[in-house]
Write a protein that binds this ligand. Structure first.
Ligand SMILES: *Cc1c(COP(=O)(O)O)cnc(C)c1O
Length: 397
């Protein structure tokens, strides 16, 4: 296997077809427990629950296939698979932080990461400092004697600020601080955490890794030593595991990860470039656009472009934004991303009724995800949106 043989990872790694009567697609081990021929075998198994089937909360052969694939994709020693990305992030963070510890985190992380640090763990004596994190020196400056964790998300999934992963992980290493990266935006194919010395990487596998908008799951990759610790503590105790059925769906989704990412990387920059020249667009935030203030860093850290960007419409009234969104047919109005279907998430949908003041993000901002549709189809759909937006303005005049 060459250093990073993607098709081998996606098609073969972790699978043993001879074990399943040659079945090309591995079976779903839909069982909670595993029986043993004698007491000694049982005794041996319960002592190695991370690696051999005993009870499905710990180890299940279908899920085991995913552990090998996901760890190899990130270039890490081992992985654990969870019921959601949030469960994976919570397990990683709780593995590092104890009462009285301090964490430095990017200031617009995924919303439930924010709540984990600033609400849930704050109740247990964890203190968080939130920083923009664009300049590596900010991480050093925010550090305290009790800082145990740097929590990274590069980029975040609304405004797409990046962190210099190598520089931040170097600072962390100098001070014995652990780094966690939420790498959901990029997928392991576009950005590998192990290339930058990150200690623990998490993904929402509900996005690119599963890739079909038909399941919710999460992954965590780290050294074998850390995985053993997390398994014995947070993983088994909190028990947020993936079901064998969903593990099988995720294995199937992974088969096409490379071609899906390739398609997204081809179409998205073209649509962004076209939108940036559009008279009804105020601005776009997309790491792989030359207009992004961290474009050079994005190209350096992310091998290929991803499909998410944020567009700010040149609108004077919220009803124009609504008209734009309501006229979209191919883009679905929905949260999440990473599936086959293109999506639009208007920030104004987060506002309570007419109270536009209750979000720090502007009402004319829309987060987009470009799926697997043809470029021309998506442009046509967006053009219909712009037309409806223009009409909405005329009718109010
Ligand atoms: C969706 C998402 C999560 C949470 O993952 P779930 O699978 O929905 O629990 C975490 N981080 C980022 C960046 C996400 O987009």
């Amino acid at each position: 296997m060459s250093e990073f043989d993607i098709s081998k990872i996606l098609n073969e790694l972790g699978e043993d077809r001879a074990e399943y009567q040659g079945a090309v697609s591995p079976p779903i081990f839909q069982t909670s427990n595993f029986a043993f021929p004698d007491v000694e075998t049982m005794r041996q198994s319960v002592q190695k629950e991370l690696d051999v089937p005993f009870y499905t909360r710990g180890n299940n052969p279908t899920v085991e296939i995913l552990r090998a694939k996901v760890a190899a994709l990130e270039g890490m020693e081992d992985a654990l698979i969870f019921a959601s990305g949030s469960a994976a992030i919570a397990a990683a963070v709780m593995h590092v932080l104890k009462s009285g510890d301090h964490v430095v985190c990017v200031n617009k992380p995924y919303s439930w990461t924010d709540k984990l640090l600033n609400n849930l763990l704050a109740q247990y004596g964890v203190e968080a400092t939130m920083i923009a994190g664009i300049d590596p020196n900010e991480w050093d400056a925010a550090r305290k004697p009790n800082t145990k964790l740097f929590m990274l998300e590069s980029p975040n999934s609304i405004t797409f600020e990046l962190q210099d992963l190598q520089a931040v992980s170097n600072i962390a290493k100098q001070h014995g601080i652990t780094t966690i990266l939420d790498n959901s935006y990029a997928s392991p194919l576009n950005q590998r955490a192990s290339d930058f010395g990150i200690d623990i990487v998490c993904h929402s596998a509900s996005k690119y890794l599963s890739g079909h908008s038909d399941m919710v799951a999460g992954v965590l990759c780290a050294s074998r030593e850390r995985i053993e610790k997390i398994f014995g503590e947070e993983f088994m105790t909190l028990g947020g595991i993936i079901s064998p059925n969903d593990a099988w769906l995720m294995i199937r989704g992974l088969r096409t990860l490379a071609i899906r990412m390739e398609r997204v990387a081809k179409t998205t920059p073209k649509i962004v470039e076209w939108l940036e020249a559009h008279p009804q667009v105020e601005s776009i935030s997309y790491p792989h656009s030359p207009s992004h203030p961290q474009f050079e860093l994005a190209k350096q850290q992310q091998k290929y472009p991803s499909g998410q960007f944020t567009l700010t419409l040149k609108a004077t009234e919220i009803k124009q934004v609504e008209a734009f969104c309501n006229a979209l047919n191919r883009f679905l109005l929905a949260c999440s991303w990473g599936g086959y279907e293109s999506l639009a998430f208007p920030i104004c949908a987060l506002y309570e009724s007419e109270n536009y003041g209750n979000s720090p993000l502007p009402w004319n901002m829309i987060r987009f995800y470009i799926g697997l549709e043809e470029e021309a189809v998506l442009k046509g759909d967006l053009e219909a949106g712009f037309e409806a937006m223009g009409d909405a303005e005329t009718s109010s005049a």
